[in-house]
Ligand binder design. Structure first.
Ligand SMILES: [Fe+2]
Length: 177
């Protein structure tokens, strides 16, 4: 049994605020990719979909004179750190199991290495799943953040994922390594 559903996370006003900011369509697409990849690689789809849904909620708006400033963003961005912290706070507030909240936060923290010093990350399979899911939906120039999605479609997609996750055997919802 899960303490918190994907729909509960998705519907929370804090999640809604930041999902709208970084692009709802992208978040939903990455969540769907993460579900499939989690099943394929044998990691917990509950953790993978929650991390995928929330992976970009740490984005800040880098604007110069009303225009999106990609250079400024690249130099100053820490969205993975901020997102991990925001997601963790939100999940704990919703009553998520603290172990799961930590795993989800770590997967968000490490879904990209663009903000880290040079070097190689040793990612867990869950962290790789979220990273791959994100990359599958990326568009050049950050276009994926601006794609539109109908809110009814978004909610239905999330609810369908919850149903799929609830139908999975309990063994696939254990903590991943
Ligand atoms: Fe992303």
């Amino acid at each position: 049994m899960r303490n918190v559903t994907l729909t509960e996370v998705y519907s929370h006003p804090i999640a809604q605020k930041y999902l709208q900011r970084s692009g709802l369509a992208h978040a939903i697409a990455v969540t769907c990719h993460a579900y499939k990849l989690a099943v394929k690689y044998g990691v917990n789809p509950d953790l993978a979909t929650k991390a995928a849904l929330l992976h970009d909620i740490g984005h800040y708006e880098w604007y110069t004179d009303g225009e999106w400033d990609y250079e400024k963003y690249k130099e100053n961005d820490i969205h993975a750190i901020k997102g991990a912290e925001r997601a963790h706070k939100l999940l704990i507030r919703l009553g998520e199991n603290p172990q799961s909240a930590k795993e989800i936060a770590l997967a968000i923290l490490l879904h990209t290495d663009s903000y880290l010093p040079e070097g190689s990350l040793n990612q867990s399979t869950l962290q790789k799943v979220v990273r791959l899911a994100d990359e599958m939906d990326e568009e050049p120039g950050g276009g994926h953040h601006y794609r539109k999605i109908n809110e009814v479609t978004a909610l239905k997609t999330i609810q369908k994922l919850d149903e799929k996750i609830d139908r999975l055997p309990n063994s696939s919802l254990k903590e991943s390594v």
